[in-house]
Design a protein around this ligand. Sequence first.
Ligand code: SAM
Length: 193
Amino acid sequence: MNDQDIQNIPESYFAIDEATKVLGFTMPSDMLTCSLLRTLAASKPSGRFLELGTGTGLSTSWILNGMDKSSTLISIDNDKSVLNIAKTHLGKDSRLSLVLSDGEDWILKNINKRFDYIFADTWHGKYLLLEEVLDMLNPGGLYIVDDMLPQSNWPEGHAEKAIEFVKKLDQRTDLKLTKLDWATGIIIGVKIK
Ligand SMILES: C[S@@+](CC[C@H](N)C(=O)[O-])C[C@H]1O[C@@H](n2cnc3c(N)ncnc32)[C@H](O)[C@@H]1O
């Protein structure tokens, strides 16, 4: 088996990847993570999906590719320049709502919404407002984070933050967790109540 041998790459991915490189965006999700995101998305028919940290829409394109026709995805980012790339390439998909907002503002305004799948790929829902975002998961809902293995772009002090974050997740009695020493370091949790 070769885990790099990924089939049926979403069409929009290539154009987004190109635009991402032109923009010089330095925080894109990697292909292995994207592939896992798609597989897990396919486990939630008619699902309500949330992505915190759209970036240019790389991961978004894979999540959409795994979702069925009656699922919906809300994806949030506070940077207009990256979000515009996602809008250009994915904006026509009626299942997707792209939101230009600060993560904290959006979460606090939408605290009563519930989701079946949350990919937390920015500060909020991971290092900030973790409890609030985990409370937004339906029972059986998936919580996914990447970049949990040391990354070359981590600023000083981030490794300690990552350790604290994992400790907090480990203490939750309402999550069944698996930590994967794979890709950029993935944690998958399923909400049990
Ligand atoms: C790791 S990147 C997301 C990568 C993306 N998922 C992909 O597939 O390429 C993190 C994103 O969080 C966004 N971000 C940073 N601070 C934010 C905030 N306060 N509120 C919302 N988004 C924020 C950044 O603009 C960046 O696009």
